[in-house]
Design a protein around this ligand. Structure first.
Ligand code: SIN
Length: 174
């Protein structure tokens, strides 16, 4: 929690809604990636894109050797972390990882990650079953389907491919 306390600014890597919904002030943003992490719709959402009775699914990161997860990095001041901790409160924890920017440089930054032992974690399912669950869920932040479509569109606009995300989107559109 206090890893970046001695820094005036830090880099946050967003790989889900933080790519397309940056509702916090930032000083700079840059396309980036993290290595050995796979983006997966394995985290339940009871408070944003679903309800306790009918949870949706949102992305988290799963450690997977050699996998590259593309996203957007933001340079923020530590003051923003209070808002971000609240936004990511349903099972996500701060984690420090190496962020590689497009262009070649890299540094240590922050990700929010929901791991398998948080209460809202739902885990692996085939993409078609994930899409079926998502198609039926919505919550205070909107429909779960919109979360997938907005994420897929954001990745496309950055010229990035994510087979897991795009397959779920395909089933939803069908
Ligand atoms: C992120 O976008 O980096 C975390 C997951 C989310 O808020 O959708």
């Amino acid at each position: 929690m206090d890893h970046f306390n001695d820094q005036d600014t830090l880099w946050l890597f967003g790989y889900g809604s933080l790519i397309y919904k940056a509702d916090f002030p930032y000083l700079e943003k840059r396309p980036a990636s993290i290595k050995n992490w796979a983006r997966r719709f394995w985290q339940g959402s009871h408070d944003h894109r679903g309800t306790p009775e009918n949870p949706g699914r949102v992305v988290t990161l799963i450690q997977e050797s050699e996998m590259i997860c593309h996203g957007m990095a933001y340079r923020i001041t530590p003051d923003e972390l209070r808002h971000l901790d609240y936004r990511e409160k349903n099972g996500y924890l701060r984690c420090v990882t190496e962020i590689a920017f497009e262009g070649g440089d890299s540094l240590e930054g922050l990700i929010y990650i929901a791991d398998h032992d948080n209460a809202a974690f739902l885990g692996e399912l085939p993409e078609e079953a994930i899409a079926r669950q998502i198609s039926r869920a919505s919550g205070p932040s909107g429909s779960n389907t919109d979360y997938v479509i907005e994420l897929a569109n954001a990745l496309r606009s950055m010229n990035k491919i994510d087979d897991h995300v795009f397959l779920i989107e395909k089933y939803l559109l069908e």
